[in-house]
Structures are given as structure tokens and as C-alpha cells.
Design a protein around this ligand. Structure first.
Ligand code: GLN
Length: 416
């Protein structure tokens, strides 16, 4: 069976292509020259299945998407107390490059704005580290998170440094309050280096899924971060990842997220999914216009809002057994996007025998909209491959048996 998820992702990209608002970042040549029409979307489940559409293998710089991952590295290396000593975890409600510190203790309010990120960068590899060693430590961690060797775009980093007056003033302000100790130039160079690491949308989905899975890189299986570090990082992303738009974002989209000015955007759904989008046109807050649209659409269609009630799922497939000429697929639990993904993946892997497939949904508690749509589409595609397909649904949980092509599923009242 050809899985329906990539088709769905392509549909979403086609849907936002007409949205032409926003502009590419204009402050350096490398970002100004970006193709404004590049567009990509990738999902990675915590079981390590990656689905991608559009320009998902085009590289761009991480920019501020590096911030949560360097924060995670600092938490992992030094522990929460030491990190909390230099940066807070309150939402700032301010622009990313605001010269702001907490009025009581002079710490930057959170690690997602530049002041906080510059302070956190300085914690990596010890106080006496050279800029090169610090950046190499970060690049090496990001490479393990992505599952491939990532590179730093040194040309872009040099251009950023030539126009870094605002970040330099932030570094001077941090030095003035004893939050950092490096020369302002070195502190900004090291921070700008982390922003200049090149990734693809596919890489970002896997990196985000590592946070979602409590620190296990889902494709390589390597444990990279502790569950506690991931939990703290996601908590801060949820309250501050979208800068001054963070509150509206959590209400409307409901997925912890982080954006970058090259056009990347990641969202992380704990326990379930890493999501990444790429489109270089930005709104006035520096967030990707089409990226935000895609997330709004995904959250609504797929029922991903973190505050919605249908998140806690058991594996969607209870068993697959054979009775004579029939294969019986028994489903269970709440069928949301991740449960349905698991079902489609199992059905794709399983060499289904016999002539007839029966989908038994009598143990399913409920389907959300996306779960219902995906399971029906999977069944329709299996029918297209020549199987006789029927559904056993004594309680009527599926509510509607119409397929996407207007035909209907057959039903069976009793299982063989
Ligand atoms: N390098 C950029 C800066 O520090 C990153 C900002 C961003 O992506 N929001 O200004």
C-alpha cells in the first residue's frame, strides 16, 4: 500500500502556496538572496518514521531554531540549577532582539530571546573554552540529533558579524552585569556560529522528534538527552518560542515551537511527533508566514493541539490474525493521527494474506477526524490493490463509512 501521509502533506503545501505575504530577511545578502518560493514540510514520529514533502532536502541556516537545542545541551552538561543561574524561564512577550533583562536579578528572562541565548551559549564547554571548541561541541551535538554530519555556513556567519551591532550591544549589557565573561565580540561570534549551522527540513523534523521522544533520536536509536532536559526545553519553547506571538500561538496552534529568520519553524508534540516547515517569507515578528499557516492547518486538521483531550493513545493495532481466507485487523484505543500512522505503517509492513480484509473497530474508544480519515483511506487503498475489505463496527464508532472517492465500505455483523 502506498501510504497516504505524503499525499496529505503535499496537499497542505499546495494549499499555502497562494499565500504570498511576508518578505525574506533583508539584513544580510545570504538571507536576502534566498528563493522566497522554497517550501517544505516534514514529520517524524517518535518511532522514527519520516514523511516529507516539497523542498525538504534543501539546506538553510538554523538561526534561532538553534536556541532550544543549545539550551538543552547546557541543561544536560551543567544541570538545571547552573543554567537557571544565568537565564530565566519566563515568557518575555518581547521581540527576539530586545535589550532586556529581569529587573530584579539582571538575568535574561528566557533562553529563546537573543540575550538569553547568548548567555546560554557561553555555558557550553566551560568558561575558558575557545569560540572554535564551543561551536564544535554544538555542531557535534546537532549532528547526532540530525543523524548526519552538519556544517557551519562560515560565509553567512561572517556577514552576520558585519551587521551584529545589536547583538554586540546585548553582549556588552550581559558583560556589564557579569552574566557572561567573554569579550562581547567572541560571545556574539560563538552565538552567531550556532545560528549558522546548516540543516534541512527533514533534519529539523528528526531533531524535533528527539525532543518529543524524551531524548532518544528516533532514527538512530541513540539516547542523546535525558527526559528531564527535553521536558524543560519544551516547556520553555511553549511559553517563549514564538517571541511576542507566543501566547496567541499556544492558544491557536497549541504546539511548542521555535522559529528562525532563515524561514525554518519546528513544532514538537511530546511523545508523538516532530514537525518542521521551511518557507523564507517572514512576518513582522520574524516568523515564517507560510510556516505559521501550515502549523495552523496541521493542528486543526490533525487534532494536534496540546490542550485537546485526545492525546493519550495506546498503539492503534491490537492484533493481525488469519481466519481461513480472511485477515482480521483488530484496532484499539483512541485513533488520532499518531495511532493511525502506526496502523498504516503496520499494514504497509505486514504481508497481508488471503482475499478478504476485515477491520475490527469494536475495541476502538473513539476516532478523531484525522484518525478516521487516515484509516478509511488506508482501507480504500488496500481495496484498490484487490482485497475485499469490510469493517466490523458494532457500536458505530466510525460514524461514517464513505471513502474519499464517494464509495462506501462494506460491513460485517459477525467476525469469522
Ligand atoms: N542570527 C539571528 C540573530 O541573532 C537569529 C534571529 C532569529 O532567527 N530570530 O539576530
Amino acid at each position: 500500500m502506498k501510504p497516504p501521509i505524503p499525499d496529505y502533506l503535499t496537499d497542505i503545501l499546495d494549499h499555502v502556496r497562494g499565500e504570498e505575504g511576508g518578505d525574506v530577511a533583508g539584513y544580510i545578502r545570504e538571507l536576502r538572496d534566498a528563493d522566497p518560493d522554497l517550501l517544505a514540510l516534514a514529520l517524524c514520529t517518535t518511532s522514527g518514521h519520516v514523511y516529507a514533502a516539497g523542498d525538504a532536502d534543501v539546506e538553510f541556516t538554523m538561526q534561532s531554531i538553534s536556541k532550544p537545542f543549545v539550551y538543552a545541551l547546557a541543561l544536560q552538561e551543567l544541570g538545571p540549577d547552573a543554567v537557571n543561574g544565568v537565564v530565566g524561564m519566563e515568557p518575555s512577550g518581547e521581540a527576539f532582539n530586545e535589550l532586556s533583562l529581569d529587573q530584579n536579578d539582571n538575568r535574561p528572562v528566557n533562553p529563546m530571546i537573543n540575550a538569553g541565548a547568548i548567555a546560554v551559549n557561553q555555558l557550553i564547554n566551560g568558561e575558558d573554552s575557545s569560540v572554535e571548541d564551543r561551536l564544535e561541541k554544538i555542531r557535534a551535538l546537532f549532528s547526532r540529533l540530525a543523524g548526519r554530519e552538519l556544517q557551519v555556513d562560515h560565509g553567512l556567519c561572517a556577514s552576520e558579524m558585519a551587521t551584529a551591532d545589536r547583538n554586540l550591544s546585548i553582549a556588552h549589557m550581559l558583560r556589564n552585569h557579569d552574566i557572561i565573561h567573554d569579550e562581547a565580540h567572541d560571545a556574539v561570534l560563538s552565538y552567531t556560529g550556532q545560528c549558522s549551522i546548516l540543516v534541512t527540513t527533514r533534519d529539523l523534523s528528526v531533531m524535533s522528534a528527539t525532543l518529543a521522544g524524551g531524548g532518544v533520536q528516533p532514527v538512530t536509536g541513540e539516547r542523546i538527552l535525558t527526559p528531564e532536559v527535553c521536558r524543560l526545553t519544551l516547556a520553555v519553547m511553549s511559553s517563549a518560542g514564538m517571541y511576542d506571538g507566543a501566547g496567541r500561538w499556544m492558544a491557536g496552534v497549541g504546539i511548542p515551537a521555535k522559529s528562525g529568520v532563515a524561514g525554518g519553524l519546528i513544532g514538537t508534540l511530546p511523545g508523538q511527533l516532530g514537525i518542521a516547515t521551511f518557507s523564507p517569507r517572514l512576518d513582522s515578528q520574524g516568523n515564517s508566514v507560510r510556516g505559521v499557516r501550515i502549523f495552523e492547518r496541521l493542528s486543526r486538521d490533525m487534532g494536534l493541539h496540546l490542550m485537546s483531550a485526545d492525546h493519550h493513545s495506546v498503539p492503534g493495532v491490537r492484533s493481525i490474525t488469519r481466519e481461513g481466507d480472511s485477515t482480521i485487523i483488530r484496532l484499539q484505543g483512541t485513533i488520532n493521527f499518531t495511532a493511525a500512522e502506526n496502523i498504516l505503517h503496520e499494514l504497509g509492513d505486514h504481508s497481508l494474506g488471503g482475499k478478504e480484509l476485515i477491520l475490527d473497530v469494536s475495541r476502538v474508544t473513539s476516532f478523531n477526524l484525522m484518525g478516521r480519515r487516515m484509516v478509511k483511506e488506508g482501507l480504500r487503498r488496500l481495496r484498490e490493490k484487490g482485497f475485499a475489505c469490510a469493517i466490523h463496527d458494532p457500536e458505530g464508532v466510525l460514524t461514517d463509512l464513505e471513502f474519499s472517492d464517494g464509495t462506501y465500505a462494506d460491513t460485517v455483523a459477525v467476525l469469522p
